[in-house]
Design a binder for this molecule. Structure first.
Ligand code: AHR
Length: 658
């Protein structure tokens, strides 16, 4: 979202007539510049299923615990009927149980068995409360599906009901379960009004016994209408970032809480009823409904290069403990399992890029995507402790990928902090192995980002490139966002050594946050992009591939801290547009002198986007658009002075003139 200022209507006029804005001509100054090629994949996103980002978030499934797989290993108070209620309202009686004897699939071992002795006046069955209630929109269609088999002689008729908060039924369909084998039954239901806290009930009004599993309800309107798709408003907020790449599925989620909890991509593809759900390292349940196929598809849908991260065959060093504290320590896969594991990584590349006649390419085609997903990057490991066990396993995986797929860029890992033992050992390993790119992570106070502008200026350009895979300034105020913006300017300046960068984490369900801050907060009915989101978006939408030094200089700086000011200038080769970014994270307006005489013919009217306000301002659920970019026009000459407001990020896009 951008806010058009009161001048918005004038904007069009300005482009046409060239009425002056706030820029002025500079006096003559000595001017020198150099240009360099920078990464065209610089700004992307990092998606992890943390804070209910996937199940209960981006993944559009409305039924919680659809396959009765929740258990006390997810969370100690959970069980197979979490989010479900057994309903015997109209004096019916019978029983409900969870069974494992003849499941739908070995990967999906639990299912519910409903025995109806007497259906009473209203029938008996199960009600699901969704993720804190089911949100339905008036007039929209919802796809229901269930796997069921009758366990009694007589068929069992199931009534599928959408109910409001008080239990009143407003939409109903009937499915007759008449087979003795598991079979998928489907129907669709329409919402008559808007409901924030609806429920779905599966009720039988006839005597009998029935087994039920994978009880699912999806809006028909998912992002791009995909089946097993994504929540449209959240996916759109991500798409609006226009990221150059998307890293998934984590984060700590990747290396998992113990070896058995590592994120194994093969468990997350194929029919959803055959995928292996498991405990999420962030203490809830992941269905894997949003799995590798869906991730690749989403990347394609939003024009982002996929960047999957696979475990480096070791578990999280904090497994069994709380985050970064205690635990059983890192464990490595036994060496006699490594060959199989390495093959799993190679198979992922084949799944993404292989021809339809290859084993794994065929599975991609079967899922509906015969064309390759054009995978270029694979991350191996996440913030792992750099132990001999890690290094040995990493090296085996790295060498195998390099040998079979020399075109794939492997991204290594250098620990969870901007310095320290793992950082040093990770870099040492990177230098020894010539790893093309390594993944740095840091979460620091805003002042750290302002003070560390120059971090990458001295990085050796002949060594591994950097993927700054996770960073955030520990807050969602405008000041936090400006500190990140100033830092992103330094990433552009160093775009010859920093190849990629992504803020973390991306999404958080406001009622289930495992981590703060995040880029976008959401509830079942709302999406709140933070100020940090707008910074990411402004940088992402205004990327270039050639960096020019010396285009912006700051004039009188009396009373202004240098670390509060940052500026960059990039050009987008394709359009010829020149883009200047200026941050002022201090309380005093500053003059910036722009000298664009080095460029060819440019439009005299630039587009100016400004994000500014008081440093403590935030976007909240109550006031989601408190700080958003304002757009206006700015007249530019070869040399001009631009007054940089206090606490602001300013993007000046000057179009090339043909
Ligand atoms: O982004 C949240 C967590 O922070 C990630 O899972 C982990 O990689 C990092 O420590």
């Amino acid at each position: 979202m951008v806010r058009y200022s009161a001048w918005s209507l004038l904007l069009l006029l300005l482009f046409v007539t060239g009425v002056p804005g706030v820029a002025q001509k500079t006096g003559s100054r000595k001017f020198s510049t150099y240009s360099k090629q920078i990464s065209a994949d610089l700004f992307g996103i990092f998606f992890e299923d943390i804070s209910y980002a996937a199940d209960g978030g981006l993944y559009a499934e409305l039924v919680q615990n659809r396959s009765f797989e929740y258990s006390a290993t997810d969370r100690k108070e959970w069980h197979p009927f979490t989010a479900w209620e057994y309903m015997t309202k109209g004096y019916g009686y019978g029983s409900i149980s969870v069974e494992t004897e003849s499941p739908l699939h070995a990967n999906n071992p639990h299912y519910a068995v409903l025995t109806i002795e007497d259906p009473g006046q209203e029938g008996i069955g199960l009600v699901n409360y969704g993720f804190d209630g089911i949100v339905l929109k008036a007039g929209e269609q919802y796809n229901f599906s269930i796997f069921a088999k009758k366990l009694s002689e007589q068929p069992v008729s199931l009534s599928i009901q959408l109910r409001n908060k008080k239990g009143a039924i407003f939409s109903e369909a009937v499915l007759d379960v008449n087979g003795r084998q598991w079979q998928k039954y489907t129907t669709s239901l329409t919402a008559t009004e808007n409901y924030d806290t609806a429920t779905i009930a599966v009720i039988s009004r006839s005597k009998g016994k029935v087994a039920m599993d994978m009880i699912s309800l999806f809006p028909q309107k998912t992002f791009k209408g995909r089946t097993n798709g994504l929540r449209a408003d959240l996916a759109q907020a991500i798409a609006d970032l226009k990221p150059k790449f998307m890293r998934f599925p984590g984060g700590c989620l990747v290396h998992g809480d113990g070896l058995g909890n590592m994120y194994r991509w093969k468990n997350t593809i194929g029919p959803i009823e055959q995928r292996t759900a498991q405990k999420n390292i962030w203490n809830y349940h992941q269905t894997a409904g949003l799995g590798y196929y869906e991730y690749f598809q989403f990347c394609e849908d939003i024009g982002a290069k996929p960047l999957p991260v696979v475990p480096a065959a070791v578990s999280c060093q904090n497994s069994g403990g709380t985050w970064r504290i205690g635990g059983t320590g890192q464990k490595g896969l036994p060496m006699n399992e490594m060959q199989e594991y390495i093959q799993e990584v190679l198979d992922l590349i084949e799944y993404a890029n292989g021809s339809v006649t290859s084993e794994w390419g065929a599975k991609r085609a079967e899922a509906g995507h015969p064309e390759p997903f054009h995978l270029e990057y694979v991350g191996v490991g996440n913030e792992d402790k750099i132990t001999p066990e890690f290094s040995e396993r990493f090296q085996l995986i790295y060498n195998a990928v390099k040998a079979k797929y020399p075109g794939i860029i492997v991204i290594g890992t250098v620990g969870p902090a901007p310095e320290g033992e793992d950082f040093d050992l990770g870099w040492k390993l990177a230098n020894e192995l010539n790893i093309p790119v390594v993944d740095e992570h840091y979460y620091q106070p805003p002042q750290w980002f302002l003070n560390n502008h120059f971090r990458y200026d001295s990085y050796d350009r002949t060594k591994s490139k950097v993927y700054l895979g996770e960073y955030a300034s520990r807050g969602n105020t405008l000041f936090n966002a400006l500190a990140e913006a100033a830092y992103m300017i330094s990433l552009e300046r160093n775009g010859d050594v920093v190849h990629m960068a992504s803020y973390a984490p991306l999404l958080a369900n406001q009622s289930h946050t495992s981590w703060n801050p995040n880029l976008v907060y959401f509830t079942n009915t709302s999406v709140t992009p933070t100020v940090n989101y707008y910074v990411q978006q402004l940088f992402s939408l205004n990327q270039g591939d050639i960096y020019y030094s010396g285009i912006v200089s700051f004039g009188d700086r009396s009373g202004v801290k240098d670390s509060n000011l940052a500026a960059s200038c990039v050009k987008d080769k394709k359009t010829g547009n020149v883009i200047i970014k200026i941050v002022n994270a201090g309380s005093v307006t500053v003059n910036a002198e722009l000298n664009i005489s080095v460029f060819g013919k440019l439009s005299p009217i630039a587009e100016l986007q400004v994000l500014s306000g008081e440093p403590g301002m935030k976007n909240t659920l109550q006031d989601p658009v408190k700080v958003i970019p304002e757009i206006s026009a700015l007249q530019v000459k070869k040399k001009v002075v631009y007054k940089v407001p206090s606490y602001s990020l300013n993007i000046i896009r000057i179009r090339a003139r043909k």
